[in-house]
Design a protein around this ligand. Structure first.
Ligand SMILES: CC(C)(COP(=O)(O)OP(=O)(O)OC[C@H]1O[C@@H](n2cnc3c(N)ncnc32)[C@H](O)[C@@H]1OP(=O)(O)O)[C@@H](O)C(=O)NCCC(=O)NCCS
Length: 182
């Protein structure tokens, strides 16, 4: 990010977690199934990206692109006739990036039994300007104890993501320097 953008970052007013928390609900139909007859994981991933993108756009007040999606976990199969709720919130903010945490819940569309958790994921979005360059985001202010725990856990994931990227980059550079061509 440029120095100009960085100084702007310090002047962007912060926002509480609740300002952008969003739930996207969708009923699963026969169009959403895989060859086993349950819902295709990619259908759920699309909903996760959609909900997280809405949250990132709301928090940052403009366009935001998916930089990464990790720890996508499927806990239970989702079935045709399930009403799926995808709940997303900003867990953590950096300079131009935001980690969005997503929880996927499912309930039968015609029963009043409680929804159960069927998945979760963490996505990093980068806020971008009209030219696609990263732009500063408001700092998120965690409100509840749960928000604070999620903020701290997101910091741990951020540290691990950066360390993993750096380690892999260094390994590739070392192999290239040794003349190994793969
Ligand atoms: C994401 C993107 C804007 C990053 O641009 P860049 O030139 O690498 O810019 P930076 O290195 O300054 O990264 C911007 C921020 O994103 C974060 N980021 C970039 N790549 C990341 C990754 N793979 N995982 C996690 N965070 C990432 C950086 O840590 C940085 O965060 P910070 O400003 O809070 O410190 C750029 O790679 C891009 O446009 N990617 C395509 C996104 C897209 O089209 N998504 C939809 C896919 S169809």
């Amino acid at each position: 990010m440029t120095d100009q953008a960085l100084s702007a970052h310090q002047t962007v007013p912060s926002k509480p977690t609740s300002a952008s928390r969003t739930t996207l609900s969708h009923i699963m139909t026969a169009h959403d199934t895989n060859l086993l007859g349950t819902v295709h994981g990619g259908v759920i991933m699309k909903l996760v990206d959609d909900a997280a993108g809405a949250v990132a756009g709301r928090h940052s007040g403009g366009p935001a692109v998916t930089a990464s999606m990790d720890e996508m976990v499927f806990l239970e199969p989702v079935r045709v006739g399930d009403l799926v709720h995808v709940r997303a919130q900003v867990n953590w903010t950096g300079r131009s990036s935001m980690e969005v945490g997503v929880r996927v819940m499912a309930e039968r569309w015609n029963e009043s039994t409680p929804a159960t958790q069927v998945g979760s994921a963490y996505l990093v979005f980068a806020a971008v300007d009209a030219d696609g360059r990263p732009r500063p985001v408001p700092q998120v202010v965690p409100e509840t104890e749960r928000d604070k725990r999620r903020y701290q856990e997101a910091q741990i994931r951020r540290t691990h993501r950066l360390a993993r990227r750096r380690a892999i980059k260094e390994l590739r550079e070392k192999r290239a320097a040794e003349g190994i061509d793969d």
